[in-house]
Design a protein around this ligand. Structure first.
Ligand SMILES: Cc1cc2nc3c(=O)[nH]c(=O)nc-3n(C[C@H](O)[C@H](O)[C@H](O)COP(=O)(O)OP(=O)(O)OC[C@H]3O[C@@H](n4cnc5c(N)ncnc54)[C@H](O)[C@@H]3O)c2cc1C
Ligand SMILES: Cc1cc2nc3c(=O)[nH]c(=O)nc-3n(C[C@H](O)[C@H](O)[C@H](O)COP(=O)(O)O)c2cc1C
Length: 585
């Protein structure tokens, strides 16, 4: 029996007609004029036709769409930017299709069209927004900032450091101001500390679980395929070995700045870095400081303790896992003490208060040790398989006692040749050389701010870049603070450095700083800018970077004939075009 049998087809038409529906019946009725075998064959045919029709209908019907979400970040050293990418992936599994951008990449007027907004923002300087959120911050804080619609549902997560007086200030301000302007806070602000991972994860889930997000969620997409996990990152550092740690500064210097060379041999491509990137370094605390804490608490160091990372012995936890200096509000809470005072570190509290506490209470009051970032001062083209750093040792007196920085003295003094240190590459999204080798560069990096510029110059030399290079460097004294003097002089002689401006603040009667020289050469600096030069600033964030910016604005006013407002617009445009970039700390 086949479909070509004319009787069957006629009878099939009749059977279909008997259903009084436009669609073919799903099976042949008992009354239809077929024998059992014919009925069985036709039922098979009809079921196949139905399957094809259902599939076609399903394909024609659009899938329930995901809801649009905007994720904005303000990031200086890359944490918030990385989290915003994580948010985009997570959003997909919750029915949202997220677009991700820096806060400064959107106009305030764009916010009116957005219904769902998540912001992850860091705080820098002294409670300031990051370079890529400064414009947004200024506009939103202005008295004449436009009202925002209540349909704009937002939530803000801040990344900060509770040892700063203005803990999470920039993100807190943004959160408050969005609500003042009329937007709807979908979920409360969360301000994370340096160990931000858990608080961020809790905020993320809670924001998507908030009523305005749940109500608007579209079709959830499958999780994105898991990307090849980097073998080495912040939480899985590569153990690099120390090749060299030698003083760059002379004995007469007020500081000790060390040139550090680490071997990345065996690390593979996860450790490939570009000039402009930073290296994350996991320090080990000073054994004498651990001993002082044990002595002050009367603990032996052999006590078992529980950390977030798992069980450990107290001494090793104090050496490698915990921050031995910073006092946070949690310290006071866990140790059940009233006032801590701003100038008190952990050891000051322990010795002054004679606290009787268990090993577990001690570690619960300390925050986790964090890696430190260092601007990479080598080009991988000039030093394959190695990474170099330029590290200023931190030493100071507090309450008449000598103190030292943890990581800078670990690298310079305690690690020792052949010693192993956990490292990872922290990619810098916004501090890189232009691909165009003809672009002129103005590099302003006094003190350890020279680090990325040694790398830039090595790289430009290796690339045989034709663009002009102008270095502004300085410190207190030429005799003992001229870091990388041999290289800089050689680059001056071979023409790689078109101009070198050196500012020594304590060699003459007058104090001369890099910003002083910048203004003295203002006419030429402006000409370089007009020729398309890119300006890079690295080093001290508190004074130098702000003073350099003021000097640049005055140069644009004086030599570019601009009003103060137009000079700011000129500098903002350089910034937006990635021609004014800063790596300041
Ligand atoms: C992106 C980036 C790039 C960087 N690049 C470099 C670089 O190339 N070279 C470099 O040397 N550093 C660089 N740093 C700084 C570096 O990361 C460390 O912060 C620095 O080395 C100090 O770390 P530490 O562990 O030695 O000191 P810590 O143990 O962290 O001690 C520093 C802390 O001590 C306290 N302190 C310091 N001085 C005083 C004082 N006078 N009175 C009271 N308290 C004080 C402050 O709380 C300060 O935060 C960079 C930072 C960033 C964010
Ligand atoms: C130079 C410097 C200044 C900082 N100032 C503050 C501050 O004033 N308040 C604060 O809460 N955090 C401050 N922080 C901590 C950063 O906000 C924190 O490290 C954050 O994780 C950085 O995020 P990002 O990598 O996205 O830039 C500062 C960090 C640095 C290096």
């Amino acid at each position: 029996m086949t479909a070509q049998d004319p009787n069957i087809l006629n009878n099939l038409a009749l059977a279909i007609g008997q259903t009084h529906t436009a669609r073919a019946p799903e099976f042949i009725s008992e009354e239809a004029p077929f024998d059992d075998a014919q009925r069985q064959w036709l039922n098979g045919l009809l079921s196949g036709l139905h399957a094809i029709a259902s599939a076609a209908t399903a394909a024609a019907e659009p899938e329930e769409a995901a809801t649009a979400l905007t994720v904005l970040y303000g990031s200086q050293s890359g944490n918030c930017e990385a989290l915003s990418k994580d948010l985009r992936k997570f959003a997909k599994t919750r029915g949202f299709d997220a677009s991700v951008a820096a806060l400064d990449d959107i106009e305030l007027s764009d916010l009116g069209a957005i219904n769902h907004l998540l912001i992850v923002a860091a705080t820098f300087g002294e409670g300031d927004p990051t370079d890529n959120s400064a414009k947004f911050y200024k506009t939103i804080m202005a008295d004449d900032a436009p009202a925002l619609p209540s349909k704009l549902n937002f939530s803000v997560c801040g990344l900060g450091d509770s040892s700063y007086a203005d803990f999470n200030k920039a993100a807190t301000d943004i959160d408050r101001r969005l609500e003042e302007l009329g937007a709807t806070r979908a979920h409360d602000f969360v301000g994370c500390d340096v160990d931000f991972e858990d608080d961020y994860a809790a905020w993320k889930t809670a924001a998507f679980d908030s009523e305005p997000f749940v109500a608007a969620a579209g079709a959830a997409g499958a999780p994105e395929p898991v990307e090849a996990v980097a073998a080495f990152d912040k939480n899985r550092p590569f153990m690099a070995s120390l090749m060299t740690a030698e003083a760059l500064s002379g004995e007469a210097s007020a500081k000790c700045v060390n040139h550090i060379e680490l071997s990345l041999a065996g690390g593979g491509e996860d450790l490939d870095y570009e000039v402009g990137d930073a290296l994350g370094v996991w320090p080990v605390n000073c054994g004498q400081e651990v001993q002082a804490i044990l002595a002050a608490t009367g603990l032996s160091g052999r006590e078992p303790v529980k950390l977030k990372s798992g069980p450990a012995q107290l001494r090793s936890a104090l050496l490698t896992r915990l921050d031995l200096t910073t006092v946070t509000p949690k310290t006071a809470e866990v140790w059940e003490i009233e006032t801590v005072g701003e100038d008190r570190q952990v050891i000051d509290l322990l010795t002054a208060m004679n606290l009787d506490m268990s090993a577990q209470q001690l570690v619960d009051g300390l925050r986790p040790l964090q890696p430190r970032l260092y601007s990479i001062s080598s080009s991988p083209k000039a030093h394959p398989g190695e990474v170099h750093l330029t590290v200023g040792e931190v030493h100071y007196d507090l309450n008449e006692t000598a103190r030292k920085g943890c990581a800078s003295t670990f690298l310079g003094k305690r690690l020792g040749s052949g010693g192993m240190v956990g490292v990872y590459v922290q990619r810098s999204a916004h501090f890189h050389l232009p691909n165009d080798n003809t672009v002129p560069l103005i590099m302003i990096g006094p003190g350890t701010g020279i680090a990325p510029f040694r790398a830039f110059l090595e790289e430009r030399e290796a690339r045989e870049a034709k663009g002009k290079n102008w270095l502004f460097f300085g410190d207190q004294h030429a005799a003992c603070d001229y870091l990388y003097r041999d290289s800089i002089e050689a680059w001056g002689e071979n023409g790689l450095l078109t101009e070198t401006s050196l500012a020594w603040s304590r060699d003459g009667v007058e104090k001369v700083y890099v910003q002083t020289l910048l203004e003295e050469r203002g006419q030429e600096v402006f000409e370089w800018l007009e020729e398309g030069a890119a300006i890079y600033v690295c080093g001290d964030a508190t004074r130098m970077a702000a003073d350099v910016e003021k000097a640049l604005l005055r140069i644009i006013e004086t030599h570019g004939g601009r009003s103060p407002e137009d000079a700011q617009t000129y500098l903002d445009a350089l910034s937006a075009g990635h021609r004014y970039q800063r790596d300041v700390y």
